[in-house]
Design a binder for this molecule. Sequence first.
Ligand code: G6P
Length: 485
Amino acid sequence: MASTHAAEVLVASNRGPVSYEVREDGSLHARRGGGGLVSGLSAIGPDAGALWVCSALSDGDREAVRRGTGEAGVRMLDIPADVHADAYNGIANSVLWFVHHMLYQTPLEPVFDAEFRRRWVSYERYNRAFAEALAEEAAEGATAVVQDYHLTLVPGMLRELRPDLRIGHFSHTPWAPPDYFRMLPDDIREQIVRGMLGADRLGFLTRRWAGAFLDCAGEVDRELIHAAGPDGAAPGTIEHAPPGGGEPRTTVIGVHGLGADADFLRERAHQADVGERMAMLRAEIGEGRRAIVRVDRTELSKNIVRGLLAYRQLLDDHPEWREQVVHVAFAYPSRQDLAVYREYTAEVQRLADEINAGFGTPGWTPVVLHVKDDFARSLAAYRLADVALVNPIRDGMNLVAKEVPVVSDEGCALVLSREAGAYEELGEDAITVNPYDVTGTARALHEALVMPLPERAERTKRLAAAATALPPAQWFLDQLNALRG
Ligand code: G6P
């Protein structure tokens, strides 16, 4: 694709807003994704000169690039498959995701050896491909917002190519505390921090993650002056000089707590297909029974296995709930190229089967596990949930915790991990848990199940208000406005 030098607003992320599939007749079928960024960008309108730069992820995507038939406003980068695999699976999802979510079992992992170094070179190449595409497409003085841990080196690379741009980076994950971040080899740590500091503004979902970044940056470079906010935490600013001298620059650290999209969710949750799925789910659960609902990607950090263990303990400790409650768990496959994700998926299935075999009766299936991604069915489950279980080990925000209260029909008690970003905003009206404490989680599930209905409804109202305080469109506009100063 020829470069345009015309885009006024650019977004860069590994996964883009659209994906293609080659049909049997050879035609290309486009599927648009959802999420905060998609609705955020649509809020600035089609005439704003916005361009989304993303990776081609499927054969269909690569075919669309080859045919040059992609959608307007999207540029997909056909990065060589082996480079992409090493960068995305080998570094972003296996190393950076693990560091920020503190997922390593440290006696054995991580091992930063020659293989890691080889993959890191791919991560640099992949980041460079993004930086070059953004540099080609951006109009003079344009604003570029780079997303997530896949692209931490892009801000620095882009600044070198196009010092005229306003560059932002937003992290959708937690940020590791300095003692954990220190596991990374020193030169890699420094490269990540300096890459990020190429931005004018770094956005995080919570004060906690922003504060952790400030601490990690301070460890990498003791010369950094970081002037934190009034209470010593983020938002704040970092003053830094490029290594080897040069003009000092300032990077602002901002916090933008992405909220749920109430208008979209309420409208979508009342369409006919959601109603049909509610009837199907109700039949699976059984009339009059309570439903403990969870909806996740089958992701190591989501803690689905301990959630099942807690549910089993609930049935052990409170036999009065047997036959009276069903755990509805939607665990949608994710990152199945990685063996550890496949093993985790298998463990979720195994444990669900074990609970059903151990407790089930002819008329009662204690765990209803669905693995096929179906957004309408997720909304149906949100609407009828009595209890929502959101117990991640660590999570940047967790939008399920914010979406359930918005669409719940009769109020839903929220059991929420204190390690989810959403805890900062929802902690007061949720029943909060330490995600490692299975006994505590079982207790919290019981407490949620016995919560009187009027109290449940009241809390749900307050949770919904907090959850929608910063809808995606405003979240995105706030970042753009802050970047443009
Ligand atoms: C997290 C990340 C996103 C990512 C999503 C799905 O929410 O912050 O950047 O797109 O997970 O993961 P995937 O690897 O399927 O893109």
